[in-house]
Design a binder for this molecule. Sequence first.
Ligand code: NDP
Length: 400
Amino acid sequence: MGKTLIIGAGGVASVVVHKCCQNSEIFEDIMIASRTKSKCDALKAKLENQTKTKISTAQVDADNVRGLVALIKDYKPEIVINVALPYQDLSIMDACLECGVHYLDTANYEPLDTAKFEYKWQWAYREKFEKAGLTAVLGCGFDPGVTGVFSAYAQKHHFDEIYELDILDANAGDHGYAFATNFNPEINIREITSNGRYFENGEFIETPPLSVKRVYNFPEIGEKDMYLLYHEELESLALNIKGIKRIRFFMTFSERYLTHLRVLENVGMTSIEPIDFEGKKIVPLQFLKAVLPDPASLGPRTKGKTNIGCIFQGLKGGKAKKYYLYNVCVHEECYAEVGSQAISYTTGVPAMIGAMMVLTGEWLKPGVYNVEEFNPDPFMEALNKWGLPWQENFAPDLVE
Ligand code: NDP
């Protein structure tokens, strides 16, 4: 079937490549292209003797539309899976449009110099993709991604109306380091140190960073402290779940993690403002990234589970209903299967599935869409098949 260009060769890309190689019937031919070609070559060398998928590699600067266009014209993929960084979303979308290729990513566009994520920049491409007859799938990791598919599934099969949605993201994995982030530290810390935000009664309400704390007893994990964060899927779900009154997003953090983060923040290490250092401009957060453990190196050390899911409340047949839909993923099992920890795994598997949905025609719809705007059923089935089985609870504890 379709040729697929995968851009990026980091933690998430590695999982996408492994999963495409397990699914050779759909992904017969892939190209891995990234800034550092040696990382693409290493992935190819690891997998090419274990798969029927044909793998090639290339160097590309994904900030440069001309270079991307040349690469896409030469390789002629049907779809590009963008698992580089959010800063490259728009240049890759431009190149896809110019070359007539479908597009999928896992994180919405962020300008490099502002810690702000909004869909407006990518939604502005709707008409162009529609006119070109091309599909762009936005935010197809776990959160955003599976959380949107879960929402579409709950809406389709379990509710007449959903009033409240709490998205809960728990990571009980222990990597043994005093402080490390589970995915790109720069993106991760920008997200956590921003103001919290939730949706209520038609508007977004801001809260100071990490100021709203709850304790939740997670299935298979136990009690964890979790904090309200703003997360990008809130913006699209507030529009796409008709009648929704409140959406909140919570993520678990240990006291140790937060203490480190506070100190780093207090001394200015999480700033994205460039400073002069020995005659050179450096961005403190980028320097911090360089001294922190590489997320890809956490795989062999991380033990424990993640639990990410959605608690819905609403009405079905005139009666109040609660519904909790979640996935539990085991870090060690992910590592044994694809050599990555669960955070990369839970992002990479849905990206592969989303691309498969487009290539098989299940999610072929000209325009730019968030995942909850597609039929959730084939995706839900694929989650069970490809390593992220989901579980349901019809009487969950609610978040206060
Ligand atoms: P990594 O930092 O591990 O990998 C990013 C990759 O992109 C690296 O290989 C990097 O190259 C490459 N890259 C960066 N800039 C460019 C460029 N200009 N041109 C070409 N390649 C480039 O990040 P992750 O794998 O952890 O994350 C990938 C994406 O997944 C991010 O957008 C992140 O926000 C998203 N994500 C989404 C989640 C979800 O649930 N939706 C959860 C976790 C992550 P190099 O190797 O040279 O540095």
